[in-house]
Design a protein around this ligand. Structure first.
Ligand code: SAH
Length: 228
């Protein structure tokens, strides 16, 4: 766990009702097949309500995607849990790249389970808000970058894992190129109505990749270019 886990004391103010609601969410994730205790525990201690507008905070621990502004959404907890569980399934991952910081929630989950997270976002305002939240939570092992994730983030490559929270129509070559030996790319691919979550692993140091389709999903599209 590397001592990154948020302390239970950090959200004592939330109250007992919310604590119960959180346990219900954890139970729901387990019912849907999430078994990695580390992942479940990190979701249990991470205050999802801090990543949403106050008007939505009463729904924070429901297993649904919720809007974060600019037409974007914070993914459903089950999908966050599933992607994180897959990311860790082949052993520890040191350096991870996330495409699509959004609210910063998925990055906060990852940061408690790996050594270092790089996360890129194309919408500057979302990135700034995420930065504020992560600072408030005292999470320090995330580097946020305002850039177009379709080209990955060459500056800090290679990565042991890359996780995309936005869906391209086809897997961007750059992401494959930036995988370390035995690296793993977890990415939704397709149109808004017909998308699948793909898990692509690099075979050792070779340039061979194995691909597996895991799940039908619905992510926002991976969009070209930057915005404020
Ligand atoms: N991981 C986020 C989910 C946000 S939704 C969370 O936990 O809240 C996906 C995000 O991807 C959106 O914020 C969207 O603006 C961003 N995005 C879409 N296309 C992108 C691109 N080409 N480069 C970087 N970010 C992108």
């Amino acid at each position: 766990m590397r001592g990154n886990l948020l302390s239970v004391l950090d959200f004592r103010g939330v109250g007992m009702t919310s604590q119960r609601t959180r346990e219900r969410l954890i139970q729901r994730l387990q019912d849907q097949g999430i078994t990695d205790k580390k992942v479940l525990n990190v979701i249990r201690v991470t205050p999802r309500h801090l990543f949403l507008d106050e008007a939505l905070s009463h729904r924070s621990y429901e297993d649904t995607a919720l809007p974060i502004g600019f037409g974007q959404t914070l993914s459903r907890p089950y999908v966050v849990a599933l992607m994180t569980e897959i990311l860790l399934s082949l052993g520890p991952r040191k350096k991870v790249l996330e495409i699509g910081t959004g609210s910063g929630y998925q990055a906060a989950i990852l940061a408690q389970l790996v050594e270092k997270v790089y996360s890129v976002e194309r919408i500057k305002s979302l990135q700034e808000r995420a930065r504020g939240r992560l600072a408030k939570l005292g999470i320090k092992n995330i580097r946020l970058v305002h850039s177009d994730g379709r080209t990955g983030l060459a500056e800090f490559a290679p990565y042991n894992a890359i996780l995309s929270a936005a869906a391209p129509h086809e897997v961007p070559e750059h992401l494959l190129e930036q995988l370390a030996p035995n690296g793993i790319l977890i990415i939704p691919v397709g149109t808004i109505d017909d998308q699948e979550l793909r898990v692509i692993t690099r075979d050792g140091e070779s340039l061979n990749f194995r691909e597996k389709i895991v799940h039908k999903v619905r992510f926002v599209p991976l969009v070209k270019g930057l915005s404020n």
